[in-house]
Design a protein around this ligand. Structure first.
Ligand SMILES: Cc1cc2nc3c(=O)[nH]c(=O)nc-3n(C[C@H](O)[C@H](O)[C@H](O)COP(=O)(O)O)c2cc1C
Length: 248
């Protein structure tokens, strides 16, 4: 199959994760094309935070109940950011599209602009990949990024077949001490046990690649959906083995 891996990565973590996935898919015999999404201007880390600060009350209030989360999910205004012209502005030639980016409260703004502006998403099988600094908190990390991404992908007419969200154990805004503390309270484990390359991440990565490689991948809404556990990643491949050794 022809697969395009489109990603934005400000500090390199999502890039390493999506490259691991792309190389694994190449090993399975698929043809992989790369789309590195780049912003027109490089803002400072706090400059990026400021652009979306109006959405933070909704994010935190939404943690109190699933009803409020659903409400904010349906009504929040997604911040976007200008991106440079794309190598593949129309993805209709591809069988699968993988879209990756960091979690910035919800979707990172360059990824949101990409989904909004790229042509040919309608009817396509799309999967999302994200990294975040904290441990895999079901609501604050996983649900916030995956449901928000699903919302705009569905609006673009895509069929969402899988998500993968993993911790990078890195936070540009200096929040790792807080996340380390939360990880001990919630999981009784340090964040490093959940990062890419950990025993926790391997079956998730394998499952994700398996779903991507299936010719008939049912959408997440489809009851036929099946996640297998056959190992398909060659963890001896040096590109995968060296993953994480040059983390920022
Ligand atoms: C503006 C901004 C908002 C962020 N929001 C979150 C967040 O909500 N949760 C989290 O765990 N990490 C958050 N992070 C940290 C990134 O998600 C994390 O470092 C990610 O792995 C970075 O990916 P990258 O290296 O591909 O850019 C945020 C970072 C920035 C700059």
């Amino acid at each position: 199959m022809k697969i395009v891996c489109a990603y934005f990565s400000r500090t390199g973590n999502t890039e390493k994760l999506i490259k691991t996935i792309g190389y694994a898919l190449e090993q399975q015999g698929h043809t992989v094309a790369w789309e590195k999404i780049e912003t027109v201007k490089k803002a400072s880390r706090f400059g990026e935070l400021k652009k979306d600060i109006h959405n933070y009350p909704g994010v935190f209030i939404g943690l109190m109940s699933s009803f409020l989360r659903e409400y904010f999910l349906k009504t929040y205004h997604q911040t976007e950011e200008d991106i440079l012209p794309l190598t593949y502005p129309d993805v209709s030639q591809f069988d699968r599209i993988i879209i990756g980016g960091p979690k910035w409260a919800r979707i990172s703004y360059p990824v949101a602009r990409y989904i909004h502006s790229v042509k040919g998403l309608k009817g396509k099988n799309v999967a999302s990949v994200s990294t975040f600094g904290g441990p895999p908190l079901r609501v604050f990390e996983i649900e916030l990024i995956e449901k928000s991404t699903e919302r705009i992908l569905t609006q673009a007419g895509a069929s969402v077949i899988s998500h993968l969200g993993l911790s990078s154990g890195y936070h540009e805004l200096g929040l790792m001490p807080l996340f380390r503390f939360i990880s001990y309270i919630r999981f009784l484990k340090p964040v490093k046990e959940f990062i890419i390359g950990s025993a926790y991440s391997e079956p998730l990565l394998t499952s994700f690649c398996k779903t991507l490689g299936e010719r008939d991948s049912p959408s997440l809404m489809d009851p036929r959906r099946h996640l297998g556990s056959t190992p398909l990643l060659d963890f001896e491949d040096p590109r995968i083995k060296n993953w994480g050794k040059t983390m920022p």
